[in-house]
Design a binder for this molecule. Structure first.
Ligand code: AMP
Length: 186
């Protein structure tokens, strides 16, 4: 099962990815989590990424694609994986397509989770991460609309694409995600 959970920060991608990971025993791959780990460990990449992350800007595509290639070619990804927070730009989506061909992996199902911006701002303010000040949140939403939302069109042309209402209880959204995925496996 190869899934991309797509949507703005705060729509619940991470929460849903964790539920899927538990139930289907395939790893959640969150570029945001991997970058935060690099920041916490003080690696060279982490130091470079930190400033951009604190400002709500995106980290360079080549760095992200290198992290992804290293991760998706590990043994635990052989039955699939859930991408959460990647791809976030058209070059990342194109890079992912190249990686899938290179490593003989199947195409993805892309599931968009959508939530109104004002609901997102409220959710993220409650989360309290260092990049969750109101100013940074609004900037991240702008970056999402400008750089990430166009990625949808890339996938609409190529893969199965489903959009779900994420402004509902976690279990209801999860039920819909599972229905999409199981209907495709059947
Ligand atoms: P997230 O936890 O997915 O919201 O990511 C937190 C921050 O990490 C983002 O605001 C970006 O600065 C950076 N980041 C995470 N994933 C990516 C990506 N795929 N491309 C570029 N930057 C990313």
């Amino acid at each position: 099962m190869h899934v991309i959970l797509f949507g703005a920060p705060g729509v619940g991608k991470g929460t849903q990815a964790q539920l899927l990971q538990k139930e289907f025993d395939i790893p959640q791959i969150s570029t945001g989590d991997m970058l935060r780990k690099a920041v916490a460990e003080g690696t060279q990449m982490g130091r470079k990424a930190k400033e951009l992350m604190d400002r709500g800007e995106l980290v360079a595509d080549d760095i992200i694609l290198a992290i992804i290639e290293e991760r998706i070619t590990r043994e635990d990804c052989r039955n699939g994986f859930i991408l959460d927070g990647f791809p976030r730009t058209i070059p990342q989506a194109e890079g992912l397509t190249r990686l899938l061909a290179k490593h003989n992996m199947p195409d993805f199902t892309l599931i968009e989770i959508s939530v109104p911006d004002e609901v997102i701002v409220g959710r993220l303010l409650n989360r309290g991460r260092t990049d969750d000040s109101e100013e940074t949140i609004r900037h991240r939403l702008e970056v999402y609309n400008r750089q990430t939302a166009p990625v949808k069109d890339y996938y609409k042309k190529r893969n199965s694409f489903v959009s779900l209402d994420g402004n509902r209880p976690i279990e209801e959204v999860y039920k819909d995600i599972k229905a999409v995925l199981t209907s495709q496996v059947a």
